[in-house]
Ligand binder design. Structure first.
Ligand code: R5P
Length: 325
């Protein structure tokens, strides 16, 4: 690989930046990132980037707005220093859940993100398990979405019971859950979720038979933990075995999420290192973080095992819907 590139890391996840340059066998580019007394972001690139390809590693994880402005400032600094091309590595893409208007007079903040990133000269975005695939279309620049699913399946595979079902906590995660199920060779169960507030969700229906089965609940993001807590309650109510594992790509694990996920039925929570461990998740002994490896979305794991027999496929199509009171 050509060495005529430099990787810089913002303050959102320096450990991830360090892991990336270590894997590439290069050193991290020098930059100074600070805050002015009023909280404004102060950034300086401390080495020449003229005619170089630049990669900026910065998940826009909480505090989302601070990390976003830092990324914008880093990109602007590189653009003004005549970098040849700027690629933003944004493993966790903030505001991805604001990909459409739910009510009148609401913004589409995911689109605003795309406009801002392109305005400062970012010519390529790399992200991981993007919440909504249509966000790619908000950009003129190419967007590569990688997935952590094969990596997480590989980390879990040996410890999963044979009667496991993969559970999508809402309709939006069916494709993610199907990817897990293909990697693990299990059926998929879908929950119907209603969001009542930022931290409160309710599950109204369980689609599929979970009676007596262990569950792997999968999601792209764990934020407040509300979605997963409601999923566990609904699955137990529908007769699932109190043997649940949770896997998610982006563990934001906000303060309070640990308490919400501290349920006797949850054996383990596995997330990746796309988001640095801070705040509420830090002391969570049962929550493991696994390094993600870049796998293109839609690519299959070398160890993938899919349910291929006609019998198995027929079995997967026999959905049973349990309405929860
Ligand atoms: C929602 O559509 C996402 O896929 C996640 O389920 C959600 O963001 C998780 O948030 P929380 O942990 O706050 O329920």
């Amino acid at each position: 690989m050509s060495k005529d590139f430099t990787v810089f890391a913002g303050t959102a996840n320096p450990a991830l930046g360090a892991a990336i340059v270590q894997a590439l066998g290069v050193r991290l580019g020098a930059c100074a990132i600070d805050r002015f007394p009023d909280g404004e972001v102060s950034v300086r690139i401390c080495e020449p980037v003229r005619r170089k390809e630049v990669f900026l590693v910065q998940p826009t994880s909480p505090p989302v707005n601070d990390h976003l402005v830092e990324l914008l400032a880093l990109a602007d600094a590189c653009r003004r220093a005549a970098a040849a091309r700027i690629t933003a590595i944004i493993p966790y893409f903030g505001y991805a859940r604001a990909d459409k208007r739910h009510e009148r007079r609401e913004p589409i903040t995911g689109r605003v993100m795309a406009d801002l990133l392109e305005a400062v000269g970012i010519a390529h975005v790399v992200t991981v398990d993007l919440h909504a695939p249509q966000i790619e279309g908000f950009f003129h620049a190419p967007v590569d979405t990688l997935t952590a699913v094969p990596t997480l399946c590989g980390a879990l595979r040996d410890r999963l019971p044979s009667d496991l079902v993969v559970v999508s906590p809402d309709a939006g995660r069916v494709s993610l859950a199907t990817h897990y199920a293909q990697c693990l060779g299990t059926p998929v169960i879908v929950l119907h979720k209603r969001r009542e507030s930022g931290a409160q969700t309710a599950v109204t229906h369980v689609v599929g038979d979970v009676a007596g089965r262990a569950c792997l609940i999968v999601d792209d993001i764990i934020s407040t933990g509300g979605t997963l807590a409601a999923s566990v309650t609904a699955l137990l109510q529908a007769g699932a075995r109190p043997e649940m594992i949770v896997a998610a790509t982006h563990g934001l694990l906000l303060t309070g999420s640990r308490d919400r996920l501290n349920h006797p039925a949850i054996r383990e929570v596995l997330v990746t290192d796309t988001v640095a461990r801070t705040g509420g998740g830090r002391t969570c002994a049962w929550c493991r973080s696994h390094p993600w490896s870049p796998v293109p979305c839609g690519g299959s794991s070398p160890t993938a095992r899919s349910a291929t027999s006609t019998e198995e496929r027929r079995e997967e199509r026999r959905y049973e819907v349990t309405a929860l009171s």
